[in-house]
Ligand binder design. Structure first.
Ligand code: ADP
Ligand code: MG
Length: 553
């Protein structure tokens, strides 16, 4: 008699499961994509490990995913001959939430109403646990490649699961078998027609062949051939093919905002297929700022940690496949390789130029893209010195002249007033606060446009970007605002310095405030308010000071 260990799910998993079990989300088909994508990942991981340990493949080298329909017992079985899971891996992978993105998803879903929450499930992949949308019990039997032990994980999705050893005879020779005991309203997933249609729709471009067995012990019939989509000619690939592939590779359920597919030839050869998502992935603002681009060598998945794009393009999803690296390249060696630097440069250029093209070809799509990812792209202004000018030109900003629709710096520069020497900006936490700032008065009176910057990243790039088209950036909260050089548009008030009572007041203020301020000056920047605080000419501006204080510096 083998012993059965009982485990309680980590709190976040329990919450996620509760959501799945009670999900009112209507398109439950997505669970199948999640399980197939895990099975395909497992096959790819095995292929990678087998490069240095070919014995792992044994007499069964070809990867496969088989779906078995068991109408009689209301079961759907998803089996792969991939890497499999050890006991510890089962507990770690199917008992905790490993992905930080999922955690962010949980937070969003809890904040949203339950109805919106359901939509969120449909929009973003939520992994293995989505099986509990259609099953009231799930059995996972797995044998890790090269191991002589097999394990059984079982749960009803209600707070706990069990793990026990199983006879090798009851387990796949290698890989993982997931058995879903279907809920009453999910019996349709034993129908050949239904399952085949879903697989073709959702997972037709998974790089591992998929077969369906109409009953246990039946003949498997192939429904997807496992051809890598990116190796096909662009002309052979439909928009639907791309979308389907994007959803698998990105774990997103929306439409891509941009698809970049090209073959680089010449000194280094590689194929890239990359997508800008149609909405923000949940891990976008993870502190690790990791990208998710996958590196393949001759169609073998190597790693998704190769930094194929700079951090400020981390929202781009997809892959690069090259024949110019040895298959047994170590993940550490990849980072050092000149080929990687070459790919990163080529891919970055292609992604940026594709985004630039969108400005003219589809302004609305570009506006949405900027709305989703502009705050990330702007990180590049201070991180990517070489492309700073290009990134500034791509960037869009709300301004005092355009409070709803962000505009380009080139338009700002075109509209600068006679005598205006700098691009003025004001940073702060939100638009309403910025618009109410007394600092703006003198600028408004002169019709000088001011950038209204509310992203945290803005406080950083403005300190490092010296200029755009030769015009320096200048905070209006900082130093003398050099407004005297620009004429007011409709002026009645006399120059403030002219009045002796103002001079008296300045002397009084200086004496009263003493050490608390470094200076008290008359200024052209106000027209209605009596006083405002400004930061010194050099050093951090007020918003950055606040942020640094907030960060405990
Ligand atoms: P993700 O795939 O994004 O990591 P999932 O919830 O889909 O998240 O899966 C969690 C983890 O469980 C996977 O990362 C993997 O380690 C493991 N896993 C799930 N299914 C399989 C499988 N068929 N074979 C091997 N490992 C698996
Ligand atoms: Mg997964």
């Amino acid at each position: 008699e083998m012993s059965v260990e009982k485990h309680v799910f980590e709190a976040d998993v329990a919450k996620l499961l509760h959501l799945m079990v009670h999900s009112v989300y209507s398109d439950k088909n997505v669970f199948l994509r999640e399980l197939i994508s895990n099975a395909a990942d497992a096959c790819e991981k095995l292929r990678y490990e087998a490069i240095v340990a070919p014995d792992l493949l044994g007499s069964d080298p070809a990867p496969r995913i088989v779906l078995t329909l068991d109408e009689e017992n209301a079961r759907l079985i998803v089996e792969d001959n991939g890497i499999g899971m050890s006991r510890d891996e089962l507990v770690e992978s199917l008992g905790t939430i490993a992905r930080s993105g999922t955690r962010a998803f949980m937070e969003r879903i809890e904040a949203a109403q339950s109805k919106d929450g359901a939509q969120l499930i449909g929009q973003f992949g939520v992994g293995f646990y989505s099986a509990f949308m259609v099953a009231d019990n799930v059995d996972v039997v797995s044998r890790r490649a090269g191991s002589d032990k097999a394990w059984h994980w079982a749960s009803d999705g209600k707070g706990s699961y069990t793990v026990s050893a199983v006879d090798l005879a009851d387990a796949p020779a290698r890989g993982t078998r997931i058995t879903l005991h279907l809920k009453d309203d999910a019996k349709t997933y034993t129908s050949r027609w239904t399952v085949e249609r879903i697989v073709k729709d959702q997972s037709g471009h998974v790089p591992v062949p998929i077969s369906i067995m109409e009953k246990p012990g039946g003949e498997p019939a192939q429904v997807a051939d496992g051809t890598a989509l990116w190796t096909k000619q662009k002309s052979e690939i439909s928009k639907e093919d791309y979308t389907d592939f994007y959803r698998g590779v990105a774990g997103q359920y929306d439409e891509p905002a941009l698809t970049v597919h090209f073959r680089a030839e010449g000194r280094h050869e590689y194929t890239a297929l990359a997508f800008v998502p149609g909405s923000k992935p949940f891990d976008l603002f993870d502190p690790d700022r990791k990208g998710r681009m996958k590196l393949y060598v001759k169609r073998v998945f190597i790693t998704d940690e190769a930094d194929l794009l700079p951090r400020y393009l981390r929202f781009v999803r997809g892959l690069v496949d090259t024949a110019d690296l040895p298959l047994n390249v170590s993940r550490e060696m990849i980072q050092e390789s000149p080929l990687l630097a070459n790919i990163r440069k080529g891919l970055t250029n292609r992604v940026l130029t594709s985004i630039e093209k969108l400005i003219d070809s589809d302004p609305d799509a570009f506006a949405r893209l900027w709305d989703n990812f502009g705050s990330v792209i702007k990180e590049g202004i201070y991180e990517d010195f070489e492309r700073r000018a290009q990134l500034l030109a791509l960037s869009r900003f709300l301004t005092t002249a355009a409070e709803d629709k962000p505009r380009a710096l080139s338009d700002y520069v075109k509209d600068m007033k006679d005598g205006q020497a700098a691009i003025y900006y004001l940073t702060g936490e939100n638009l309403a606060q910025l618009k109410a700032s007394p600092q703006l008065e003198g600028f408004r009176a002169r019709g000088i446009e001011v950038l209204l910057l509310t992203d945290p990243v803005d406080s950083f790039w403005v300190t490092t970007a010296p200029d755009f088209e030769g015009k320096p950036f200048k905070s209006i909260t900082q130093g003398a605002a050099d407004l005297a050089a620009v004429a007011k548009e409709n002026t009645t008030a006399a120059s403030p310095a002219a009045s002796p009572s103002v001079t008296d007041f300045v002397a009084f203020a200086k004496a009263t405030l003493g050490e608390a301020v470094s200076d008290v000056r008359t200024s052209d920047r106000l027209t209605e308010s009596a006083v405002c605080l400004v930061a010194p000419e050099h050093g951090p501006d007020r918003q950055l000071q606040k942020m640094l204080q907030g960060a405990g510096r």
